[in-house]
Design a protein around this ligand. Structure first.
Ligand code: SF4
Length: 316
């Protein structure tokens, strides 16, 4: 399986008034073509910064991101232009990311114009209509403005806009977090269908493990700028190994009451420490129920505990 994205020891720091904020601090993973990697963690864990740095929306502080073997942060000229067509982003809040002064038709067609797709206005309009139908809207919506739509409809417009340039890879930056639960499943199903039809590759960011289960082939769990566990979606849910992953999973309501009884609930205590001055040793030690003296001093490295299942914890 060909690798689409390869992330090696990626770092992204921000200078703030309080000090150096280490939002992403040495993250490595790969995504194969046609695959979905879910990237999950609490707010402030660095997942959005990581995703945006991977697709070149942010400069990096260190490490490397390769898209189909090319360094994303050194692309220039034609290669850069090709990358901005191949790789698209769907944002969490379509209301903030879509221009309220433009009609839907113009929003969806913007990328096409930039990349010279369908040069004639008539063709472009036809393609916009097709795209709106593809995402469950219709050509009647083309002349309206973004404020006239519901959250779920806006996200459909955001998806049509991303797909308008026929990308290969889509960063889904918390695309369902702001939506009602009843709408979330519809958008996830739409993204799954579009992936199957178009062979898309997704990096899918969410703060809640239950949201990524259905869509992800593999899942990476982030905590304070680092990945603490990465494996297939089924393995993560069946055999979560890192204490943080187990705590996140125990917070998901389980429909079967008999399973609920058997589950040992791990309650996460304490605040997430600040990424400006992360604790030494394991970054999770201030909240981990299994922490030992070693955990406070020595940072665990991500290592494979079973084929395709890596965990950063001294006791696993
Ligand atoms: Fe907990 Fe220690 Fe494992 Fe960190 S390394 S998760 S503190 S047991």
């Amino acid at each position: 399986n060909e690798t689409a994205l390869e992330v090696k020891d990626l770092k992204k720091y921000f200078r703030t008034a309080g000090g150096l904020l280490k939002a992403v601090d040495g993250v490595s993973f790969t995504i194969r073509r046609g695959e979905t990697l879910g990237l999950v963690g609490e707010s402030g864990c660095g997942k959005t910064t990581c995703g945006r740095t991977c697709v070149g929306l942010y400069n990096k502080t260190g490490g490397q991101v390769l898209y189909r073997g090319k360094d994303v942060h050194s692309l220039r000229g034609k290669e850069r232009k090709a990358f901005t067509k191949q790789v698209q982003t769907i944002f969490q809040d379509p209301y903030a990311s879509l221009d309220p002064r433009l009609r839907v038709e113009e929003i969806v067609a913007e990328g096409m114009r930039n990349h010279g797709i369908c040069p004639s206005a008539k063709e472009r309009r036809e393609r916009v209509y097709q795209l709106l139908e593809l995402v469950g809207l219709s050509k009647e919506h083309a002349g309206r403005y973004i404020h006239e739509f519901s959250g779920g409809q806006r996200q459909r417009i955001g998806i049509a806009r991303a797909l308008a340039v026929d990308p290969e890879f889509v960063l889904c930056d918390e695309p369902i977090s702001a939506l009602d639960v009843s709408i979330q499943a519809q958008i996830v199903n739409l993204l799954v269908r579009l992936q199957e039809e178009r062979g898309l590759t997704y990096l899918f960011i969410a703060h809640d493990l239950s949201m990524v289960k259905h869509i992800s082939d593999r899942v990476a769990v982030m905590y304070l700028g680092t990945i603490v566990e990465i494996t297939t979606s089924s393995e993560l849910y069946a055999h979560p190994a890192h204490p943080y992953t187990r705590a996140l999973l125990s917070a998901i309501p389980i429909p079967n009451p008999r399973v609920e009884e058997q589950r040992v609930r791990t309650v996460l205590e304490g605040e997430v420490p600040s990424p400006i001055d992360p604790p030494p040793g394991c970054r999770f030690h201030s909240r981990c129920p299994y922490a030992t003296d070693r955990c406070a001093q020595e940072a665990p490295v991500l290592r494979e505990i079973a084929p395709g299942h890596s965990v950063a914890c001294h006791i696993v």
